[in-house]
Write a protein that binds this ligand. Structure first.
Ligand SMILES: [Fe+2]
Length: 442
């Protein structure tokens, strides 16, 4: 292959990539590979030959991959369906993938959990070209029973989690620009190089499915409540309450599946896809002195509440990482328990991702630490606050002003652990809030 673009060659060299290897396999080679994979029987979920033949025919006919069709299940993507048109991906796309994989090499062996490395090998996603989704989907199905559903770049959370409830994982078809380490939105690098390998961790796959089921129940409850809503105001209230529950459920997902660390052999290891798809954050999440790290046991309600009540931003590396005691403890996140915890979280004050909370099992305190009451003082002093601090400060003070609903011992225990907020803060906030001071920012 003649490399005409000097810029691409320089980028490849910078990442230790042999650019002559960045050449996607042609259609015949991919079809041959697909045929041999579909015939495998020595796997946990062998593909029924009837489904396998139709699937192969679709690939042969050049139909772009959309939603996996290896069993009788499918998923409604509500208009967000997309396709992977493998032949349209550019040299830049494949090189961006190759650079990401090469950069991961330098961090994942030291910082990723062993299961991730195993999964990456099993699905052959450590190569120099973007995987063909026909092939990758077949491999994933055979090992886990999950399939891929191709979507446009960002889809609403309810569609995303609905896919999870059906054991479909939504994947994008967009590859990040060259040399971009951290993206706010998902891309092929995040979805495939981050998430897919972690499906082989049974507890992670299970908790993803459970999140999907919990979200489906929340949406179902919304539908039932709307059917008897008396007026527009009630409809609005039901929608707001539903969004709130989904937000807190999303935090449980965020701090585990996306940005979780796990303790293995007395060492911190990363397993969250948001971490693993960023070589920079992979190292940072384990090593950096800036962020807090808190050990949690997800089977304890108080620890799960800690996650559900912690606000974060998506625009930068995490300020607090939660370290699972073990993968086994994740199995305790059943749909019913997720629902119960997010309902409790609605009535409690929330923390920001910069805080250490009394009772935390602290592994290290980061240099970014702020005390729980600092957000209130800074809000009232009109000091600059990031969105997370501001959002939590205003929410909590309004909640206190409206009166807390502490009707269980569990909520009381949560409240007892928090440092009291001085009365003058409540009073000053109340006056300013009544004057509409926080209207724009809340
Ligand atoms: Fe993700």
């Amino acid at each position: 292959m003649i490399i005409r673009d000097k810029r691409l060659a320089e980028i490849a060299t910078r990442h230790g990539v042999d650019i002559t290897m960045v050449e996607p396999p042609d259609k015949n080679t991919r079809l041959e590979q697909l045929k041999s994979i579909l015939g495998r029987r020595d796997v946990p979920f062998p593909i029924d030959p009837e489904y396998g033949e139709k699937y192969y025919q679709q690939a042969l006919d050049g139909i772009p991959f959309g939603i996996g069709t290896l069993n009788d299940k499918t998923v409604d993507l509500e208009g967000y369906e997309n396709h992977q048109e493998y032949h349209t991906m550019t040299m830049e796309d494949h090189l961006s993938w190759a650079c990401l994989v090469a950069d991961q090499q330098s961090t994942k062996h030291s910082y990723a959990c062993g299961e991730y490395l195993h999964g990456e090998e099993m699905f052959e996603i450590g190569g120099t070209c973007i995987p063909d989704y026909y092939i990758l989907n077949a491999r994933i199905f055979q090992q886990t029973g999950w399939q891929l559903a191709t979507v446009s770049m960002i889809i609403p959370a309810d569609v995303f989690f609905h896919c999870h409830s059906r054991r479909f994982f939504p994947v994008t078809t967009f590859m990040r620009p060259l040399e971009c380490d951290y993206l706010e939105e998902p891309d092929i690098g995040h979805d495939i190089a981050g998430h897919v390998a972690t499906f082989t961790i049974p507890q992670v796959a299970e908790v993803m499915n459970n999140h999907g089921l919990a979200n489906d129940i929340i949406r179902q409850e919304r539908k039932q409540r709307l059917a008897t809503a008396r007026d527009e105001q009630e409809v609005q209230r039901i929608d707001e309450e539903t969004q709130e529950l989904l937000l807190y459920a999303g935090r449980l997902y965020w701090f585990t599946v996306e940005f979780g660390l796990v303790m293995q052999d007395d060492s911190l290891k990363a397993f969250g896809a948001g971490i693993l798809s960023s070589p920079g954050e992979t190292r940072y999440s384990v090593d950096s002195p800036h962020s807090n790290r808190v050990l949690i046991d997800p089977s304890l309600d108080k620890d799960l509440l800690r996650l559900a009540t912690t606000d974060y931003l998506i625009s930068e590396y995490q300020k607090t990482y939660f370290v699972m005691k073990s993968f086994a403890t994740l199995s305790s996140l059943t749909p019913e328990r997720i629902l119960r915890i997010v309902h409790v979280a609605r009535d409690l004050p929330h923390h920001t991702w910069r805080e250490i909370v009394p009772g935390d099992n602290v592994i290290n305190v980061g240099t970014i630490l702020t005390s729980p009451n600092e957000k209130y003082y800074r809000l009232l002093a009109r000091q600059p606050l990031d969105e997370c601090l501001q959002r939590a400060a205003i929410r909590n003070l309004r909640l206190y002003a409206a009166g807390l609903d502490i009707d269980t011992g569990e909520k009381q225990m949560f409240m007892d652990a928090l440092p009291p907020i001085p009365d003058e803060i409540h009073e000053e906030f109340r006056k300013l809030d009544e004057a509409g001071t926080w209207k724009e920012s809340s």
